[in-house]
Structures are given as C-alpha cells and as structure tokens.
Design a protein around this ligand. Structure first.
Ligand code: PEP
Length: 253
C-alpha cells in the first residue's frame, strides 16, 4: 500500500510571532517537494493565527501543539478545540511526551483530548513512545500497546479514520540520539499490526510518523523503512533549509 509521506514540524515553545511567520513563509516559498509530502507545522498558540494566515492558499497545514478537551469555561490558560480551529489549525498534536512527562497528561486525559479533536474535525497526531528505562527493560512494545489501547479506547474505526500516529521514543527526543532505522521499523510495524483491530485496510492506510532527533543526515535512512510514513521533527524544523531538506528526503537519489 502506497501511503503519502507526511512531514511535520513541532516548533515547541520557540519563536515570536514575527519569527514564526518568517519561518512559515520561508517553508511555503520553497516549491521543492520531491516526494509530494504533506507538510504540517505546529507553532505556539500565540503564533497560530498569524502562521495560518501566512500559509493560507499554500499546501502547508497548521497544527496546534495541544488542546484542552473542554469546550469553554473556567479553565485558565487552556485553549479549546474551537479556539484552535478559529485560529486556523486543522490538526493538533496530542500526547507529545513533553505533555505526558512535564504537564501530567495521562492516557485518560489524552483519550478525552482525542475525543474533543474528533468532535471538532481536527486531525490528531497522537504521540506514543517508550522511555529509555522501558526500552532497556524490554517493555517497548507493551508500553506502546498500552498507550494506544488506553488513548484510543472507545473510538470506532470510523471515528479514527483521520488519525495520524507518531512514534516518538522519549530517549530520542531532543537528545541527538535517533532510533536506528531498524528500531523505528520494528515499532512502526508493530503499531500497524496493532491497528489491524480496526481492520486490515485501516491498518494498511494509517500514517505513522517517526519522531526523535530526525535530521537532514538521517531522514533518508529512516524514511526508507517500509512502515515509516513520515517524520515529526522538533529541533531541525526551526531552520527552514533543514526542514525543507527533510521534506525532500532522498533528494539526491
Ligand atoms: C519532537 O519535538 O517531537 C521531536 C522529535 O524533537 P527533536 O526532533 O528535536 O528530537
């Protein structure tokens, strides 16, 4: 099954509005998209509307980095699904490991955030991944299955049809340590197998991204793996030329 490559940039807590729009404009200006990849950028909430405006009319998609599950109310500092949509997001990252480890997003909370995203027709990029201790204890696949099982509990295949999964080993995020292409492939294949519970065709179609120190010099090898459909890029998505090179993975082949 041929799946469309998908390259996403998570800008985390970086960039002013001016810096974000300049970065978005530089990415949008590059018409180079050798692999016909879908391209997504996830700026901070403060830059969401300006970035969405900047890329309007281009093929670049815009995501929020998180969302609250409530519609509105007394939830100081939280941002609702309608608010991120209003700002121009069509996608939302849910369950990034920094949200899980630094902000206490549990599987149960993430399940509610996913429900809120589906309800508002936001495409979720749902992140899963093991810590180094879990990998060394041989628990990688069981941890991922449990994150998927709990996060996706209660949804039908129909509800999940837009879902994108990102496998992000926690030990590889922002550390410069990348999973080997073989390690990524092993987990991606097992995620795809797990998703067969929603149907073989569903599993064959679902987009699974790898994230964790994806760089210009390792993107080609990671993207060559059969079950790796794209990348969620942190650090190197903040530099337009690097991100564009990653979008154009295998550019020299
Ligand atoms: C991320 O933010 O999801 C990420 C993978 O970061 P980095 O590419 O910097 O490791």
């Amino acid at each position: 099954m041929k799946r469309k490559p998908f390259i996403a940039g998570n800008w985390k807590m970086h960039n002013t509005i001016a810096e974000s729009t300049a970065l978005a404009a530089a990415i949008a200006k590059s018409k180079e998209n050798k692999n016909q990849a879908d391209i997504l950028v996830a700026p901070s909430y403060t830059s969401l509307a300006s970035v969405a405006q900047t890329v309007k009319g281009t093929k670049i998609l815009v995501a929020a980095q998180d969302v609250h599950f409530e519609e509105k109310g007394a939830f100081t500092s939280a941002v609702s699904p309608s608010q991120i949509k209003d700002a121009g997001a069509t996608h939302v990252i849910i369950g990034h490991s920094e949200r899980r480890s630094l902000f206490g997003d549990t599987d149960g909370i993430l399940n509610k955030k996913l429900a809120a995203a589906f309800k508002h027709n936001l495409v979720p990029v749902f992140c899963v991944g093991e810590t180094l201790a879990e990998r060394e204890a041989g628990k990688t696949l069981s941890v991922i299955e449990s994150q998927l099982g709990n996060g996706l509990a209660g949804f039908t295949a129909e509800q999940l049809k837009t879902l994108i999964i990102a496998y992000e080993p926690v030990w590889a995020i922002g550390t410069g340590k990348t999973a080997t292409p073989q390690q990524a492939q092993e987990v991606h294949a097992s995620i795809r197998k797990y998703m067969e519970k929603y149907g073989k065709d569903f599993a064959a179609k679902i987009i699974i991204l790898y994230g964790g120190s994806v760089k210009t010099d390792n993107a080609d090898a990671i993207m060559a793996e059969p079950d790796v459909d794209g990348a969620l890029v942190g650090g190197q998505s903040l530099v337009a030329e690097q991100f564009i090179r990653i979008i154009n993975f295998n550019a020299n082949k």
